[in-house]
Design a protein around this ligand. Structure first.
Ligand code: IPE
Ligand code: IPE
Ligand code: MG
Length: 258
């Protein structure tokens, strides 16, 4: 029995590619998963087939990040602006999120993934909200990778909410405005407790942030690839990480060797 398990490919870990320096991996990778619609259009398929395939790319990416020792993966699944899409596409996405979460929860639990959903979850369908609450609770104590799925997420809305919460505390006399620090502000964001992303990957060649993690990305390295999200694979992830490891992060300082 154990022999069978040990040789089951699905349970095998992908070793860290030799070209990567394990000591200089990003602690936190954020990804704008873009290009699902174009992936499908190029195959004369309905756009939603691209979303379905995009789920496979996300599972691959999560597994690679986990196998390679990256502490957190934050993926942009649905923005506050994505409600502007045709109704059928939005409903397909909501149903897809529900189905995938129900189907994958056991594996996430077993693989020690701690999953959270970041964003305003209240407008999501009730069934999805319940699944999210269940998945969050059931994986909360897991010790593996932090997997954050940004769902009905908008960075400006997140910043306004943080400002409101701090203002309420100030109005209640619990906090003086001058006591508000960057740390206190960050603690009110959906990402509270996570280190800021070191690397942002955006697929499909678009060179914009699209209201994603505006505060948290202050010093992230940006990797933009023409690869469409459903095609994002181990090679594409390796390319992104090699690109990241070639960067010299200065944080406003100077290059010590220059
Ligand atoms: C990203 O792919 C997925 C979501 C925003 C949900 P798109 O659906 O934006 O694909 P393109 O940009 O139209 O190709
Ligand atoms: C960003 O992609 C949002 C997600 C990936 C969920 P979009 O396709 O919605 O972004 P824009 O509209 O091209 O900026
Ligand atoms: Mg897009």
């Amino acid at each position: 029995m154990s022999r069978v398990l040990a040789t089951t490919p699905a349970l095998g870990r992908t070793p860290l590619p030799t070209g990567l320096d394990p000591a200089r991996l990003p602690r936190h990778v954020a990804v704008i998963m873009d290009g699902n619609g174009r992936w499908a259009s190029r195959r004369n398929l309905p756009r939603v087939m691209g979303h379905r395939e995009g789920v496979e790319a996300l599972k691959r990416t999560l597994r690679l990040c986990s196998d390679w020792g990256i502490g957190s993966l934050t993926a942009y699944a649905f923005s506050t602006e994505n409600w502007n899409r045709p109704g059928e596409e939005v409903s397909f996405l909501m149903t897809l999120f529900e189905r995938v979460l129900a189907r994958e929860l056991q594996a996430l639990e077993q693989e020690q993934v701690r999953i959270r959903f970041l964003g305003d979850l209240s407008p999501l369908p009730n069934g999805l909200q319940q699944l999210i609450a269940d998945a969050t609770a059931r994986t909360a104590a897991n010790t593996g990778i932090h997997f954050n799925v940004c769902t009905n997420y908008g960075s400006r809305a997140e910043l306004v909410l943080a400002a409101q919460r701090l203002a309420e505390r100030a109005a209640a006399g619990q906090l003086a405005p001058a006591e508000i620090t960057e740390e206190l502000f960050a603690a009110e964001l959906h990402t509270a407790g996570e280190p800021d992303p070191d690397l942002l990957i955006r697929t499909s060649g678009e060179r914009r942030i699209s209201n994603f993690l505006l505060w948290q990305l202050a010093y992230a390295e940006l990797h933009i690839t023409d690869v469409l999200w459903p095609d994002f694979d181990e090679q594409a992830m390796l390319t992104a990480l090699l690109d990241y490891q070639r960067r010299e992060r200065r944080f406003g300082g100077v290059d010590p060797l220059a």
